[in-house]
Design a protein around this ligand. Structure first.
Ligand code: MN
Length: 228
């Protein structure tokens, strides 16, 4: 009788043990290039500190904040769609983690140039020209008071717009007035540029265009249109 009871307890515990063992779907991805790969536009030390300290801290804090909860198995976009229900520790660190991963991919060595194809056409149609788009995007970055981000976003109507968010917020969050699918971003926190550019945020943004990864943005744009 005692033996049966032990078996019962062990079997009853299995689902809980399995649940606890299930790994979080949220991973800390490697940087897609070396720390010095974006020189001279983004310097090695900035990249190293930005990725390995700032980004890693956001990820670690996010992972700790959601440990053992359903959020470990919830896609980021779904978390952002309901972010108003979460405490600040989850909102800030989820944004810090996801925004930076997006940002690393929006840059690449030997990047720059002009977006082609459907994205290039849409940018020309929406902003008049690529130069105009660049001007408006840079202006949004310079004007962002304090810390935040600039985004190129696909709205629910499929149209492009530029938006800036404060802190680690992003256009997926239901706390944002202007929401949509972000396809391109720029970090304008001081930690993103201060070592090389000090207070000259505009110079950092000018340099940033030389490392823009339009292949990645074109891919996200195509995916965003399919979702409509
Ligand atoms: Mn940053």
């Amino acid at each position: 009788m005692k033996k049966i009871l032990v078996y019962l307890v062990v079997f009853a515990a299995i689902p809980f043990a399995l649940k606890a063992q299930k790994e979080s779907i949220h991973k800390f991805a490697p940087l897609p290039y070396a720390y010095d790969a974006l020189e001279p536009y983004i310097d090695k030390m900035t990249m190293e500190i930005h990725y390995d300290r700032h980004h890693r801290a956001y990820y670690n804090n996010f992972a700790a904040a959601i440990k053992g909860t359903d959020l470990e198995q919830t896609p980021m976009v779904a978390i952002f769609a309901n972010i108003s229900t979460q405490p600040a520790a989850i909102k800030n660190n989820a944004g810090g983690y996801w925004n930076h991963e997006m940002f690393w991919n929006c840059m690449k060595p030997n990047g720059g140039g002009v977006p082609l194809g459907k994205l290039g056409d849409a940018i020309n149609a929406t902003f008049g020209s690529f130069d105009n788009f660049r001007k408006q995007f840079a202006e949004a970055g310079v004007k962002r008071f304090g810390s935040g981000w600039v985004w190129l976003v696909v709205g629910a109507d499929g149209k492009l717009f530029i938006n800036s968010t404060a802190n680690q917020d992003n256009p997926y969050m239901n706390t944002e007035e202007k929401r949509g699918t972000p396809i391109f971003c720029l970090d304008v926190w001081e930690h993103a540029y201060y070592l090389k550019y000090q207070n000259k945020r505009a110079d950092y943004i000018t340099a940033f265009w030389n490392v823009a990864n339009w292949d990645f943005v074109q891919k996200l744009y195509a995916e965003a249109l399919v979702k409509k």
